[in-house]
Design a protein around this ligand. Structure first.
Ligand SMILES: *[C@@H]1O[C@H](CO)[C@@H](O)[C@H](O)[C@H]1NC(C)=O
Ligand SMILES: *[C@@H]1O[C@H](CO)[C@@H](O)[C@H](O)[C@H]1NC(C)=O
Ligand SMILES: *[C@@H]1O[C@H](CO)[C@@H](O)[C@H](O)[C@H]1NC(C)=O
Ligand SMILES: *[C@@H]1O[C@H](CO)[C@@H](O)[C@H](O)[C@H]1NC(C)=O
Ligand SMILES: *[C@@H]1O[C@H](CO)[C@@H](O)[C@H](O)[C@H]1NC(C)=O
Length: 232
């Protein structure tokens, strides 16, 4: 039993984990495609919406860390990304931390939370991907390997992705008293998933032109309301 398990693990490791490697040819299996990244970042505080006038709106924005992915583990995958990039003609970006959404930089931005729900807002980057096979490799472990390589990409507004309200249970939402993406940790590339260290919330003026938003922002003239608040 032990021998079998160990052998299975060894095979799994040698077939997916390779040190610096290069290949001569990448053959795409089809056209490039886009798909949501695996990770969703929380980019707002929690909001329990109990409104008398309609949906609630909350400020969204924060630092997210995204980068290229390859579904085969290679210690120094640079040459493989370069080969794939030369073939499919799009770039595979290294990991980078960028601000998405409002209020800074750019215009203030809010997101609706439906009345009667407890929710927060998530951001999921879009990835541009290709799948295909590697050949002419100097390492037999990846010769003929089917791979998928993906990269975040930029559009006019910044990092391409989608915001979406994530409905959760009331106590989890109430515990989310900060916006974890609006923190020094997130700015440094380590997004916390909760507010256990809310002291790391970015100081006013660092990420935002306005501060202290704790009220439920009501529908209607929102841009004006928020902007007016900011100039206090
Ligand atoms: C919001 O929801 C509460 C409870 O679900 C309800 O009593 C209230 O009328 C709703 N308000 C609006 C504006 O729909
Ligand atoms: C990587 O992705 C390709 C294309 O989807 C797939 O055929 C292959 O099995 C994946 N390899 C691993 C190790 O997950
Ligand atoms: C990817 O890298 C290019 C420069 O090589 C840069 O202009 C672009 O903003 C980057 N995009 C992302 C999503 O990191
Ligand atoms: C809070 O986040 C930290 C870091 O992201 C994590 O280590 C910890 O387990 C989280 N705590 C809870 C209760 O989810
Ligand atoms: C980020 O934090 C600052 C300072 O606490 C706050 O003024 C701003 O509204 C926050 N922005 C978002 C989008 O959470």
């Amino acid at each position: 039993m032990h021998f079998l398990t160990h052998t299975a693990i060894s095979i799994a490791l040698t077939s997916t984990s390779v040190f610096a490697a290069s290949c001569e040819t990448y053959t795409p299996a089809g056209e490039p495609y886009t798909q949501p990244a695996d990770r969703t970042f929380i980019v707002s505080k929690g909001e329990v919406c109990e409104s008398t006038t309609g949906d609630c709106r909350i400020p969204i924005g924060g630092y997210v860390t995204e980068g290229r992915t390859l579904n085969v583990t290679i210690a120094s995958p640079g040459p493989i990304y370069d080969l794939i990039s030369d073939t499919v003609r799009f770039v595979f970006n290294d990991t980078a931390t960028t601000w998405v959404g409002g209020p800074s930089p750019g215009e203030p931005q809010e997101w609706p939370i439906q009345n009667g729900t407890a929710a927060y807002v998530g951001f999921t980057a879009n990835h541009r991907c290709t799948s295909g096979t590697l050949s002419g490799c100097d390492d037999s472990a990846i010769e003929g390997a089917a791979v998928e390589a993906c990269s975040p990409y930029t559009i006019a507004d910044g990092l391409s992705g989608t915001f979406h309200a994530i409905v959760s249970d009331r106590s989890s939402v109430e515990a989310l008293t900060c916006n974890p993406a609006n923190t020094t940790a997130a700015k440094n590339g380590n997004n916390p998933s909760n507010c256990s260290d809310a002291s790391s919330q970015l100081p006013i003026g660092d990420a935002s032109r306005f501060g202290g938003v704790s009220t439920i922002l009501l529908v209607g003239s929102l841009g004006v309301a928020v902007f007016g608040f900011g100039s206090l």
